[in-house]
Design a binder for this molecule. Structure first.
Ligand code: MG
Length: 229
């Protein structure tokens, strides 16, 4: 649960689920040697992976390769099921910037074995978000530059116009699988330029006119020893 700024007030972000798109920018699908899917495809992250901007992403003990993925996040404002494309806009509360942090080594292992990605995507702190939601009544998701810097160096830079499917289509498709609840978050997938994070890195990311976020990266301290583990 995270308190965010929305217009002149505050909003408590408390999703029942975080739904994530995969391979939704062609350049990212290509850099991972994957085919571009014919329709939006999804996986889930648990709400316990949320992290406020200013927080610390913790590299888990079981992973040596944790990647950043900057993404446009859609927050649902109104519950819905089987939402039509033309009604999808009415179900959006607003937009924010987020990171889909990924334990790439665990994910590659899972892919090889044909197993789900839950472990690779679901660790605590693996879903940092900005501290502001831009109200969908006044802001559109289209034609926004989206970027991510690690230690001041640009790693990812693209534009939301390169999303393979409009946000409205994504909402409609999703809502034919599962009921979307108020507060649910959709991470719409990352553009190309994903790469590893190491302890001590400072990551800044943003979407033009939507918001920014900043996080630090650390390893987990083994309790009682003062050592990293
Ligand atoms: Mg992603």
């Amino acid at each position: 649960m995270i308190e965010l700024k929305l217009n002149d007030g505050s909003y408590i972000l408390h999703p029942t689920k975080i739904i994530c798109l995969l391979r939704s920018y062609a350049a990212h699908a290509r850099e991972m040697n994957n085919k571009v899917p014919e329709k939006p495809r999804f996986f889930l992250k648990p709400p316990s992976s949320l992290l406020e901007s200013g927080g610390m992403v913790i590299i888990p003990t079981g992973s040596t390769t944790v990647h950043h993925e900057v993404e446009l996040v859609v927050v649902i404002g109104k519950k819905g099921k089987e939402i039509r494309y033309e009604d999808a806009k009415d179900h959006i509360l607003g937009f924010m910037v987020g990171l889909d942090i990924t334990a790439r080594d665990i994910q590659l292992e899972a892919k090889k074995e044909g197993l789900p990605w839950t472990e690779a995507k679901g660790y605590d702190t693996f879903a940092p978000v900005g501290n502001e939601i831009m109200d969908a009544h006044y802001h559109d998701w289209r034609s926004r530059s989206i970027w991510l810097d690690v230690n001041g160096k640009r790693r990812q830079e693209s534009n939301t116009d390169l999303l393979l499917w409009p946000v409205e289509r994504i909402i409609s498709d999703l809502s034919h699988i599962m009921t979307l609840e108020e507060g649910d978050m959709i991470m719409t997938g990352t553009p190309s330029g994903v790469g590893p994070l190491v302890p001590g890195d400072i990551v800044k990311a943003g979407i033009e006119g939507i918001g920014t976020l900043e996080i630090k990266v650390a390893t987990r301290k083994v309790e009682g020893t003062g050592m990293e583990g």
